[in-house]
Design a protein around this ligand. Sequence first.
Ligand SMILES: Cc1cc2nc3c(=O)[nH]c(=O)nc-3n(C[C@H](O)[C@H](O)[C@H](O)COP(=O)(O)OP(=O)(O)OC[C@H]3O[C@@H](n4cnc5c(N)ncnc54)[C@H](O)[C@@H]3O)c2cc1C
Length: 402
Amino acid sequence: MNKKRYAIIGGGINGLSVARQLLLDDPGVSVTVFEKEAAVAQHQSSHNSGVVHAGLYYEPGGLKARLCRRGVELVRNYCLENAIPFDECGKVVVALNQEELPRLDAIYKKSIANGVPGMRLVDAGELREIEPNCVGIRALHSPHTAIVSYGQIACRIAQDIEQRGGSIRLSAPVARLIELGSRIHVELDSGEVHSEHFDFAIACSGLQSDRLAVKSGDEATPKIVPFFGQYYVIDETFKSHVKGLIYPVPDPRFPFLGVHFTKRIDGQMTIGPNAFISLGRENYDGRRPNLRDVADFLTYPGFWKFASRNVATTMRELKTVLSESVFVREAARYVPTLADVAVTPSTRGIRAQAMQCDGSLVDDFVIRRQGNITHIRNAPSPGATSSMAIAEYIVREVLPKQ
Ligand SMILES: Cc1cc2nc3c(=O)[nH]c(=O)nc-3n(C[C@H](O)[C@H](O)[C@H](O)COP(=O)(O)OP(=O)(O)OC[C@H]3O[C@@H](n4cnc5c(N)ncnc54)[C@H](O)[C@@H]3O)c2cc1C
């Protein structure tokens, strides 16, 4: 029997995890990863908060809830097996006022429904024992939330793929996938059609996922609308003011978690990310707007519906974009001793957030197969935590059984 051939588009943590999973489940298959950059994991997978989310927030029964919980286990084991640092520093979600208490309670209930271990609601006194400089009237403590470097994990997975006989083609931007009968051809931006044809293709192209999907015959929506998140590194001498991760109670009208204190696996302490529309899907320094990307969201009716419904949140986020001190002050509501801390801007992350035509942001992961081509159309946070579980799901449940 001929061995099955798989093309994976995108060498971020999701594409690499799918390639590895295929080789783990059947060492006899042929796997080729196409990555447009000169190295793997140059986009979301190396520009994020580095948090291994325990699964607190997600709708019970949804893909996020299920794949995040399984993903934690797989990421933790992978780090242990490969001597990759994994720090279970824990996290608190902090309510500052009475108004936030029902929402905190709702997150607690979801975390229990999702089977997150060790979750506890704590009062102000107990919060101080966990985070001595943090103020709040009540908090949710997740002792097993952890931090890692997803960029490091992705690089290790890439080595794994090559050791298992898979190949990774770098600097290979894919223009489209062409399905002709039972064969899939991979056409590159250069016009070259890859010499080998494939039985299955799995597109995990993050910020470009909607474009590749449409060019390959999938539906036009949901569309990716890029939201950047700025981080600031706090002055070294103040970093001991925060022990682990301190998060606000998220605003239910917005899918992002709010500016938080994030301990990094390299020892730095950061504040961020905020969330604001990005003038480019890969415009990391904010100084080089991409006209095609901007025109893309400006001509999307969904974007205007979203914008008109979120004026207040947008204005709040805009203040943190325009002023470093507003950004720091926002975070210092949780740790007042850091109100005047010096900060240095660090690289932005840009979220590949899928948006529907009606302006709603797609909350759950969206993974769909049409014929023998599968597209990840939405994999925002906790997409890195869930990456190895997303891979299991695609390989064992989405691809047709052999
Ligand atoms: C600010 C921010 C904070 C986050 N924090 C967390 C967190 O703490 N924990 C967590 O679990 N998740 C977090 N996430 C989400 C997480 O980073 C993503 O879910 C995850 O990295 C998605 O991985 P991916 O492989 O799908 O996408 P990406 O990492 O973006 O990879 C996609 C790859 O596809 C390649 N590509 C695109 N188009 C083509 C093409 N046409 N041809 C060839 N290659 C192509 C790109 O170059 C890229 O390498 C965060 C994200 C952001 C932006």
